[in-house]
Design a protein around this ligand. Structure first.
Ligand code: ADP
Ligand code: MG
Length: 590
């Protein structure tokens, strides 16, 4: 037997410290900026915007891996500076520390062009408007190749092909070409919303996929992105506080329009697209009491704040920013949004929506929250044991059938109060029905005809590029579960039938909701389950619906018959158990 000593074992990985060769260092650095094709499009579009362009055309092939071209009519680059622009930390946008504290351009790090060039075959052709000829430079994996004068229109065109050809590992991590395409479609449409003066055109594999009018009218940009139906239901925000210098511009949806996930909220800070949970919370809070649970608004907001109050130099991709006064930003956005919502329709005297967290349905004074820590078993039914004697809380076995239950009544139009041999049970009517439908849908699929409801008149439904992409990727499952539709041109579809469980609802809305939920759930679940879970979720009776006793009895019987009755397909419990023993103890009978 051979024993390695610690030093012997480490010897293979031990190397002297040295500076990495420039091409390797460039590849590593490039990885931070250029994560995928959409990051290339973002950086090139931002450069075009910084160059004062009024028209930007983006062409992609094969999800951008084969080719990305961005063509603008901006101020171009002088011939003698083109090669410099491809060197690391070369920028025309800042030249001193004090400017770093107040950045007005989208670019400033001087990293995009060298990073993109390091991992692709790049060709730039650029001409300044006052020059008669342009200049062309080719680079392969960052190495300069041929260059020279070239006739062209004023502006800059950059063509990037064979992206990550020298980084096979990175290429393997990319999504399918349609997945990468839809990211790019989303990106371009988001920029079109906050730069209404710029005409964006996106060509995908030779076909026009999106065009914005570029006439400076924000509502028309909105129309191009969301389509006429949604655009009509969007409220404009123009909030300007001269005292703080904070401004909020853009659109949010009226409460009548909502989506099943958060991806329809877009935020820009000083016209820079940012990702910020804080900002989406601020918007969601403004809708408090106006939307059902698990429904989210649409929003496209540009928040303008003094440059020195925001640090954009926080992440290489520039997607995250830091605010000097986060709470002020939060309240400014929340108040601006709430303001237009209230002005649009006086806030109805609705109680806040039922909390999505099942724990808060139980008064804390009655059931100490801490008791729930160990009370869950496999995400299954909650068995409440208040633990006053230090007893462990016992969870139900998720694979046990549901106990036979007798209906006592309905509580808060949300829960069915029921009695079983082991005590009292509170059943969440939506979660329980969701489970019943989900199992029924999954059971049906093998070799059986889907139960569908043909529509009397086919309905035309407009899809956003992202929804269209979800529809294409999940086409077979959607059809298998009962949707029937066909392309109707221009991103819309003609809907002819819906799954039978949607028969008395809004057919178009059911398709949109299922697509949104599928997109969202698709990140965490297996493909087939996703469509079934989304259909079940949207077909299930809602919280807030009054149920008759026979309806409650039927639901409990159906739940009893499902093989996995204790959780809904999303993993939330369908029922909470209050044991007889616990009740007796609480009333001092034990
Ligand atoms: P940054 O945008 O951070 O300055 P980049 O690497 O993206 O860095 O670009 C380097 C420089 O090249 C820019 O500062 C700008 O001067 C010039 N440049 C890049 N793209 C364009 C364009 N489309 N039009 C005009 N100039 C451009
Ligand atoms: Mg740049």
């Amino acid at each position: 037997m051979i024993f390695l000593t610690r030093s012997q074992a480490g010897r293979d990985s031990f190397m002297a410290i040295k500076i990495l060769p420039p091409d390797l260092a460039a590849k590593i650095a490039a990885g931070e900026v250029v994560e995928r094709p959409a990051s290339v499009v973002k950086e090139l579009m931002e450069n075009s915007i910084d160059a004062g362009s009024s028209q930007i055309t983006i062409e992609i092939k094969e999800g951008g891996v084969e080719q990305i071209s961005v063509i603008d009519d901006g101020h171009g680059i002088p011939a003698e500076e083109v090669a410099i622009a491809f060197q690391r930390h070369a920028t025309s946008k800042i030249d001193a520390q004090d400017q770093l504290d107040a950045i007005a351009t989208l670019g400033f790090r001087g990293e995009a062009l060298p990073s993109i060039a390091a991992v692709s075959h790049t060709t730039i052709i650029t001409r300044q408007p006052l020059n008669t000829a342009g200049f062309r430079l080719e680079l392969l994996w960052g190495e300069e190749g041929s260059s020279g004068a070239q006739g062209c229109r004023p502006g800059t065109s950059i063509e990037v092909s064979d992206l990550f050809g020298n980084l096979p590992a990175r290429r393997k991590f990319l999504r399918s070409s349609s997945g990468e395409t839809s990211r790019i479609q989303e990106l371009v449409s988001r920029y079109a919303l906050v730069f209404p003066c710029v005409r964006f055109q996106l060509m995908v594999d030779g076909r026009i996929s999106f065009t914005s009018p570029g006439n400076g009218l924000p509502r028309e940009a909105l129309l191009a992105v969301y389509g006429p139906q949604a655009a009509k239901a969007m409220l404009e925000i123009q909030e300007d506080n001269p005292e703080t210098g904070y401004q909020v511009d853009g659109f949010v949806s009226a409460p009548s329009l909502s989506r099943a996930n958060r991806s329809y909220m877009t935020f820009f800070v000083n016209r820079r697209w940012v990702q910020s949970r804080m900002l989406s919370y601020a918007v969601e809070e403004a809708y408090m009491g106006l939307l059902q649970i698990k429904r989210f608004p649409l929003a496209a907001l540009n928040i303008i704040i003094p440059y020195e109050d925001v640090d954009v130099n926080y992440h290489p991709s520039k997607r995250e920013v830091r605010f000097r006064e986060e709470s002020r930003v939060f309240s400014t956005v929340q108040r601006a949004v709430r303001g237009v919502l209230v002005a649009d329709s006086p806030v109805p005297s609705l109680a806040p929506p039922p909390e999505s967290d099942y724990r808060s349905a139980i008064p804390t004074s009655f059931f100490p929250r801490s008791a729930f820590g160990g009370g869950r078993s496999g995400g299954g039914m909650l068995d409440y044991s208040p633990n006053p004697m230090g007893e462990p809380a016992v969870g139900a076995d998720p694979l046990q059938p549901a106990p036979p239950l007798k209906v006592v009544g309905q509580l808060k139009l949300t829960y069915i109060v029921a009695e079983g041999s082991a005590g009292m049970f509170l059943v969440d009517q939506h979660a329980a029905h969701e489970r019943v439908l989900f199992d029924r849908i999954c059971e049906k699929k093998e070799g059986q005809e889907a139960q569908y409801q043909p529509l009397l008149e086919p309905i035309s439904v407009e899809l956003t590029p992202a929804q269209g992409d979800t529809l294409k990727t999940n086409h077979d499952e959607l059809v298998k579960y009962g949707f029937q539709f066909e392309p109707f041109g221009d991103g819309s579809y003609l809907l002819r039938a819906v799954p039978a469980i949607f028969s008395d609802g809004d057919a178009a809305k059911s398709l949109l909701d299922v697509l949104d939920t599928t997109a969202f759930e698709g990140l965490v679940r297996q493909k087939e389950d996703v469509t079934a879970a989304s259909i079940a979720c949207h077909g299930a009776i809602r919280a807030g619906k009054s149920l008759t006793e026979p309806e409650m009895v039927a639901l409990l019987e159906q739940l009893e018959a499902t093989p996995n009755p204790h959780t809904c397909p999303h993993g939330r419990p369908t029922m909470v158990h209050f044991s007889s023993m616990h009740m007796e103890r609480e009333f001092g009978r034990r």
